[in-house]
Write a new protein. Structure first.
Length: 75
């Protein structure tokens, strides 16, 4: 994580996001200026926005396949 060491050695996958956020937090006032950088770091760690988007896409696909809302075949 913020230590810079990855789980399998080397640099962690989110370390660059952490450095950007840390640098912003040290130099910016108010802290709200760094919220976007913090959100990028947390997204890198937990992928919540990515998972939410995947679920939305799956729901749209299921709705299209079960309903008469097919776009395939109209080409």
């Amino acid at each position: 994580m913020s230590s810079g060491f990855g789980a399998r050695g080397g640099v962690g996958r989110c370390y660059d996001f952490w450095l950007t956020f840390e640098s912003c937090a040290k130099t910016s006032s108010p802290a709200s200026l760094c919220f976007d950088k913090r959100d990028d770091y947390l997204e890198c760690l937990h992928h919540k926005k990515e998972y939410k988007r995947i679920k939305e896409i799956q729901k749209m696909r299921e709705k299209r396949e079960s309903g008469g809302d097919s776009e395939e075949g109209n080409h």
